[in-house]
Design a protein around this ligand. Structure first.
Ligand SMILES: Nc1ncnc2c1ncn2[C@@H]1O[C@H](COP(=O)(O)OP(=O)(O)O)[C@@H](O)[C@H]1O
Ligand SMILES: [Mg+2]
Length: 208
């Protein structure tokens, strides 16, 4: 059986990732592709438990190093229990956030050293690197406004300051530049239909 394809969605708060993950999954399924939709942190029973302690509570609850380890602990379980089994069955996996979020949030945002994060990536993600990463790019203020509009904060990260979110945006764009074989920057401005068309063009161009 041929391996499935692994697609990750990355970017800041309110960029429209979760909205577009749902649309892409529908569109792939309509084409007859077997798709597993998942998210991080979480995506397996154990990882969802870690998600609860990692994302809830006070904004400064975890040191950057501890937070990085929590994210990679969750990622390890997610890879073992959900992502690799699905890919081995030939299913496509569409994941709402993945390792680039650790590079941006825990690294650029929190100050965890980049080489620490990369060594965990080598050990935990190893060869299960995404085939395609869509980096949703949007002015920070617009994204946070959308996230506010969604209602209550989904995570403790949304309550961090503008400067924090600007560092994330910059880091995501840098990741895209450094990994142009894997990453496509998606202009996340415009309405849902417009963004969905950009997402589909990237998926079609790279994977279909
Ligand atoms: N293109 C868009 N234009 C305006 N609002 C949007 C768009 N895409 C999503 N939204 C809305 O913005 C909010 C955040 O979207 P969401 O998909 O949850 O973002 P993310 O998962 O990146 O944080 C939601 O209320 C969603 O309905
Ligand atoms: Mg989301």
């Amino acid at each position: 059986m041929t391996q499935g394809r692994f697609i990750t969605f990355e970017g800041g708060e309110g960029a429209g990732k979760s909205t577009q993950v749902a649309r892409l999954v529908d569109r792939l399924q309509a084409r007859g592709v077997d798709v597993t939709r998942t998210r991080e942190p979480g995506g397996s029973t154990g990882a969802e438990e870690i998600r609860n302690i990692a994302l809830n509570g006070d904004a400064g609850r975890w040191s950057p190093l501890t937070e990085t380890l929590l994210m990679f602990a969750a990622r390890s379980d997610h890879l073992e229990k959900t992502i690799r089994p699905a890919l081995d069955e030939g299913r496509w996996v569409v994941c709402d956030r993945f390792a680039d979020s650790s590079r941006a949030y825990q690294g650029a945002g929190g100050g965890a050293p980049a080489d620490f994060i990369e060594s965990l990536d080598v050990a935990i993600v190893a060869h299960t690197q995404p085939d395609l990463t869509l980096i949703f790019d949007l002015p920070v203020e617009v994204g946070l406004e959308r996230a506010f509009g969604r209602g209550l904060f989904e995570t403790r990260f949304e309550s961090k300051g503008l400067e924090f979110h600007r560092r994330l945006r910059e880091r995501f764009l840098e990741i895209a530049k450094e990994n142009s074989d894997r990453c496509v920057v998606i202009d996340a401005t415009g309405d849902e239909e417009t963004v969905a068309a950009r997402v589909w063009a990237a998926v079609e161009g790279r994977l279909l």
